[in-house]
Design a protein around this ligand. Structure first.
Ligand SMILES: [Zn+2]
Length: 151
C-alpha cells in the first residue's frame, strides 16, 4: 500500500454508490474474519486505497497486515469489475480473482457471511446465502453431468 498514487479510474469508481457499498461490505466481512482468526496479530485500521479515499468514512476495517492485503485486492477487483449488477465475487462466473485469492475470499465469506447478519448486513447475508445455494446447485449439476470445468 504505502504512498503510491491512486489511479484516477479507481477513484472515479469509488463515486459509484453500489461499488462503495460492496467494498464497505467486504471490508466488514474481512474485519469480522480477522477479529476472530488473527487476535494474536497487530491489527489496525486498514490504509487501503478505498480507505484513503474515505469509502469507509472513519470506520475503516480493523485488520492485520495480511487481511489488509486481501482487502486491497478485493477493492481493486470490485472497482474494475465490469458486471452490472455485480454478483458476489465468490459466485461470479468471471474469474478475475487468482485461484489462491479466490479460495481465501471464499472461506472468509463462508465464515463472515452468516455472522455479518448481526453486524447490520441482514440483506447482504441473505443475498449471499441465496447465491451460495444457486452456486451449489450449479456445481452439483456440473458434477452430475461429468463436466469438470467451471462455467
Ligand atoms: Zn487478519
Amino acid at each position: 500500500m504505502g504512498t503510491h498514487e491512486i489511479s484516477e479510474r479507481f477513484a472515479e469508481r469509488m463515486g459509484d454508490r453500489s461499488v462503495a457499498h460492496d467494498i464497505r461490505t467486504v471490508g466488514d466481512f474481512i474485519g469480522i474474519y480477522c477479529a476472530a482468526h488473527h487476535r494474536d496479530r497487530t491489527r489496525s485500521q486498514a490504509i487501503t486505497d478505498a480507505a484513503r479515499l474515505g469509502v469507509y468514512g472513519d470506520k475503516a476495517p480493523v485488520v492485520c497486515d495480511e487481511c489488509a492485503q486481501h482487502l486491497a485486492y478485493a477493492e481493486k477487483r470490485r472497482a474494475y469489475c465490469r458486471k452490472d449488477p455485480k454478483p458476489f465475487c465468490a459466485h461470479c462466473d468471471t474469474h478475475c480473482y487468482s485461484p489462491a485469492e479466490s479460495a481465501w475470499q471464499r472461506q472468509m465469506m463462508r465464515f463472515s457471511g452468516p455472522r455479518a447478519v448481526f453486524h447490520g448486513h441482514a440483506l447482504d447475508g441473505l443475498r449471499h446465502a441465496v447465491e451460495a445455494i444457486t452456486y451449489t446447485k450449479k456445481a452439483r449439476k456440473a458434477a452430475a453431468s461429468g463436466s469438470t470445468h467451471e462455467e
